[in-house]
Design a protein around this ligand. Structure first.
Ligand code: NAP
Length: 261
């Protein structure tokens, strides 16, 4: 599937990866539906999309709001007739250590990263069940297993990944493709570079966009990038939880000491 002359919904489009995806897709004669909470940023994006020759619908909404999210999908269908592709991308988190944060803070991270997926996923499945389409989701390598300083974020991204795994099985008889994307550290407004242990691991937004669009066009069930983060994640998976816990515990030791003081 080529991402040209398609109707494409992007959540989390006001900044970072979502915005960069929208700008790139606007150069390919698409109809874009862009959503996030910050409407002025979406209006700026709309001007850029129109200047690049694509059509644009702005649907400002809080993606943790089930009704509002459903409304954006409905408005998109009313305006453009159909949705071919959706990139459910809203999310993010700052560093959080269990033991230092409240239940409310944990649940807020869950809402930002899981509820924002579910609220678009369900109406999109309803819309695409008969006519087909691609639903892509921006997960994270952090959702492969629990990482220090990222417990709530890891848990939320793991929940999203697992939910999509179920969709692929249960909706295999439908023409919907589910693409899970796992970008490594990427320079965006949402990335706190101070929290990245190895700065050389961070990639540029343009690179991430190329990888994401490549995977969506091919309907890849899973795509983790850049390549150099795949082997530590794969190794972490196969060694099992006790070994993983020991290794990550060594990495976390200085921070654990600091948080005790
Ligand atoms: N950058 C990385 O290193 C990295 C790595 C792996 C995965 N990711 C994932 O990539 C996605 C995009 O992140 P980013 O790095 O591009 O960060 P970003 O620049 O902070 O973008 C996050 C986007 O999500 C939107 N958003 C957040 N909460 C929302 C809500 N309640 N309702 C509607 N929209 C909401 C924000 O828009 P408003 O504030 O305007 O609502 C913004 O457009 C996230 O899911 C993140 O977890 C990022």
């Amino acid at each position: 599937m080529e991402l040209t002359r398609k109707t494409i919904l992007i959540t989390g489009a006001s900044s970072g990866l979502g915005r960069a995806l929208a700008v790139e897709l606007s150069k390919r004669d698409n109809a874009l539906v862009v959503t996030a909470r910050r409407e002025p940023l979406l209006r700026e994006l709309e001007r850029e999309v129109l200047a690049n020759g694509s059509r644009c619908l702005v649907g400002a909404a809080d993606a943790t709001d089930t009704e509002a999210s459903r409304g954006v999908v409905q408005e998109a269908v009313t305006r453009f007739g159909t949705l071919d592709v959706a990139i459910i991308n809203a999310g993010g988190s700052s560093a959080q250590r269990m033991g230092t944060i409240s239940a409310e803070e944990v649940l807020a991270t869950m809402r930002t990263n899981f509820d924002t997926l579910v609220n678009f996923l369900c109406p999109l499945i309803d819309h695409m069940r008969e006519r087909g389409g691609t639903i892509a989701y921006t997960g994270s390598p952090a959702g492969t297993f629990g990482l220090p300083k990222s417990g709530p974020y890891s848990a939320a991204k793991a929940a999203g990944r697992v939910l999509l795994d179920s969709c692929r099985i249960e909706l295999a008889h439908t023409p919907i493709r589910f693409v899970a994307l796992y970008p490594g550290f990427t320079y965006t407004e949402g990335l706190d570079t101070d929290e990245v242990p190895v700065k050389s691991l961070i990639i540029e937004k343009e690179r991430a966009v190329r990888e994401m669009l490549w995977a969506i066009e091919r309907g890849r069930a899973h795509h983790m990038f850049p390549r150099r983060i795949r082997w530590p994640i794969a190794l972490g998976r196969v060694v099992g939880e006790p070994v993983r816990r020991a290794i990550l515990g060594l990495v976390d030791r200085p921070a654990r000491g600091a948080s005790r003081r």
